[in-house]
Write a protein that binds this ligand. Structure first.
Ligand code: HEC
Ligand code: HEC
Length: 229
């Protein structure tokens, strides 16, 4: 009897270990691996994760690490649709330790919003360095809408999860919305409203954006689009 109970306890413990979510594991960060994986991603998302084709490919640089990792798992598990990316994030190609490395690599890239003025005629002017620097500039064009009204709604309804000024929230893996292409945000609104994407894991049934009109969102996005000015 006793023996059987011990066995039961041991196997229950074993099961518990297996069931522990992988994300609770920590990995030694390998930046070289992150950089190498980024060569795959950069074909669409750009060398510095700045995105491309006017928002067909979203900006991924400086997003919260956990947000990036969550999206990669959702794509991998086919819970978020993305035909373009699927083959790059298959289990075999991107195990959890790789997901950690690439997510951290991208989250640590900072993109400037403006080029600092320099004297191009100065003797130490380095044209190549300047070119590289200019590639890491990202400016979202100003979107139409009532910026002040957008700011009021944003601060009341979105700020707690998306961070001050829309720059992301690392605590709850809330993505940055400022510094992201406006048309990309609209595409996600569509996916969230139709529940192809789950906005808030804690209440998956209620889509919070359905409480806001297109005008509300237009104004919010107008506000977000000037955050990098
Ligand atoms: C073939 C093109 C392509 C490649 C390669 C690619 N992606 Fe993507 N990725 C996309 C597209 C398209 C979307 C947007 C899907 C949508 O509109 O919902 C996306 C979305 C994302 C998102 C979600 C961003 C957000 O704010 O919602 C993340 C994170 C991401 N990709 C990371 C990566 C990483 C990391 C790699 C490399 C391992 C990678 N992608 C490789 C095309 C690509
Ligand atoms: C309860 C927290 C919470 C609130 C409040 C909230 N969001 Fe979100 N939002 C999130 C999270 C978390 C995600 C990422 C979901 C995922 O992992 O797929 C997200 C994703 C988004 C996205 C997709 C971004 C991307 O890059 O994929 C948009 C757009 C968005 N939210 C807009 C808004 C707006 C506008 C408001 C205010 C009206 C708002 N959200 C309020 C938590 C929240």
């Amino acid at each position: 009897m006793l023996h059987q109970r011990t066995l039961f306890t041991v196997s229950a413990l074993l099961l518990l270990c297996l069931a522990l979510p992988l994300r609770a594991q920590t990995y030694d960060y390998d930046p070289a691996n992150g950089q190498e994986i980024n060569e795959l991603c950069s074909g669409c998302h750009g060398e510095f994760g700045q995105g491309g084709k006017d928002g067909e490919y979203p900006r991924v640089a400086s997003q919260p690490l956990e947000f990036i990792a969550n999206q990669l798992r959702l794509f991998r598990d086919r819970k978020r649709k993305n035909f373009a990316m699927v083959e790059y994030i298959d289990d075999r190609q991107l195990p959890e330790s790789d997901i950690y490395d690439i997510s951290r690599y991208l989250s640590e890239i900072t993109l400037k919003t403006q080029l600092a003025p320099v004297d191009e005629n100065a003797p130490d002017f380095d044209a190549y360095a300047r070119l590289l620097e200019s590639k890491m500039i990202m400016q979202i064009p100003r979107a139409e809408g009532d910026i002040e009204r957008g700011e009021r709604i944003y601060n009341k309804e979105c700020d707690s999860c998306h961070g001050k000024g829309g720059w992301g929230n690392h605590r709850n893996a809330g993505p940055m919305l400022a510094g992201q292409y406006t048309n990309y945000l609209w595409r996600q609104v569509e996916q969230l409203r139709t529940k192809q994407r789950i906005h808030d894991e804690e209440s998956p049934e209620e889509e919070l954006l359905n409480e806001f009109s297109d005008q509300d969102l237009t104004d919010i996005f107008a506000y977000l689009s000037v955050m990098d000015d």
